[in-house]
Design a protein around this ligand. Sequence first.
Ligand SMILES: Nc1ncnc2c1ncn2[C@@H]1O[C@H](COP(=O)(O)OP(=O)(O)OP(=O)(O)O)[C@@H](O)[C@H]1O
Length: 623
Amino acid sequence: MSARSRRAALTGPLGVASLILVAAFVVLAVVAPLLWGERADLVDPEAMNQGPGPDHPLGTDNLGRDILARALVATRLSLTMALVATFAGAVAGTALGVLPAAFGPRTRRWFAAVIDVWLAFPVLLLAMFVSIMLGTGTTASVIALALTMVPSFARLAQTLSASVGGSEYLAAAKVLGIPRRRQLLRYVLPNIAEPLILNTTISIGGGLLALSSLSFLGIGVKAPDYDWGRMLGEGLGAIYTTPTAALAPAVMIVLAGVAFSMLGETLAKAVRGDARHTGPRRAERKRPAPLATTERDDDVLLDVAGLRVTFPGGATPVREVTFQVRPGEIVGIVGESGSGKSVTALAVAGLLPSSAVVQADRITFDSHDLRGRTEAELRGLLGTRMGFVPQDPMTSLNPALRVGRQLAEVVEHHNGTPKAPAWRLAVERLAGVRIADPERRAGQFPHEYSGGMRQRALIAMAQMERPKLIIADEPTTALDVTVQRHVLRLIAEASREHGTAAVVVSHDIALLAGLCTRLLVMYCGRIVEEIDVASLREAAHPYTRALLGALPDLDTDRSLPLTTIPGRPPTPAEFGAGCAFAPRCGLAGPECEHDDPPLLTLGEGRRLACPRVREETTVHGSA
Ligand SMILES: Nc1ncnc2c1ncn2[C@@H]1O[C@H](COP(=O)(O)OP(=O)(O)OP(=O)(O)O)[C@@H](O)[C@H]1O
């Protein structure tokens, strides 16, 4: 929503009416007791239960007190109680909803169960029960109401923080090792504050009604204090003789309730459309107990062997994946949608959901065994040695922080770099990814950046401390073709100029061929071929050939439709015993349907999993 339409929401009839009403009630709450306090308390036995007249515009109550003055004076206590109870409920509920994010899944489930049970109690009954247990009165009813508000705020905060928990920018923060407390304060709370504030405003109206009900029932405010609810209860006794005694507080309750609800709706309308979009949940991961580490090549930066990822329900979208990345090398993982590329990359970066079971014979990065680590250990270990560039730049930066600040935080946190030099480094890194006018741009928020600029900023963020490896999960999917090329050039430059290795995931084999030194071709969770880009023309696996065949080149006849791969890949639940590509393969023989062909090493950086075409090449050994 633009600034203009936001202004339109606030200056529309509903917005203006709610703002005027709320302002009027606030002014009344401040001045009414000062102006009419004495008159409201003045008992006049000679003017009891009088109807409206010149001295008393709304008549008098059963003690001869002026009803209008009392209704106006009661504004202060009624509103104060509603505001205090709502804010207390909102703060406690938000804490209850957000804090469990700092604990493990089991604790989170307990908190969720407590909130569920709490929510099941009817609000007014619970408030009455607590108020009576606390001895009734003003304080008791405020505490009672606050307690009834806690679970709804907790549920809202829980839901909102879960969506932020799944955001790409929180995933990026986790990769950078930002501690949990800081994640909560800087990444989660600012991004859920808006709907929580709106809900608080709307709840004030409901709170006012609930408190008035308690007072009306005689378990709220006690004499000599009075709020609208108590006035209403007392006025009902004289409804036939002096109806204004009940009507005046009733009108005040309705007006104030409607005013706060309308204000909440207006604010919601004004900010709607600025809603933050978040991606799928990528929180902590669970790893099995460490397995024995085997010998590894010292020249290898990332060494993954026998990687297997299983999701609840038994689906295993990544099976026995083995590969290595050497310093400065750019390795591409290519395959159709659902082939397990992203799950492989995320498993290495430790960004799979906690429900994923990751098993491996070896996951070694920069001489560290990454298996069996808790998230905190992993983040500490990786620090900024591993950078992560996520799929969608539009959702991967914290919308509540300036871009320069997000970059600066990386070195502030990891190296204790003071703010000023950290900011200067952020500006330098933004300049490094060719963001024009980096000083000014560093001070802007992500929504002021275009998609391509955001992706560059993310690459700059991943490079704040010159990592040894960048994992890029489909870094150009959300960008247009010209911007794609710029972004890929940045990864290539990082490799050339700073020796940064990269694992780049994409379904676009042409794009990877222009960037990478080596390709891993994945199909149905397995690597089916590994090949140097320089030898790509010699690719032998029917699936790789099909991917290459689907690419148009200068000789392609533009009048004919492009080649497509027939059929569709099976889902992880459909993986059978034989070669997963066999049903779509023109070369498949009967043996392909029974045996899943092993991935055999044909030479340095060259592996192939197809016996039908392997006969054409020399086998040097097995993986
Ligand atoms: N959190 C999850 N829970 C269950 N299944 C999942 C989860 N994440 C991914 N999968 C499944 O794992 C399989 C591989 O997914 P993955 O995202 O790695 O594919 P991909 O090759 O990267 O494809 P795409 O290009 O579409 O992202 C898919 O079938 C997907 O449905």
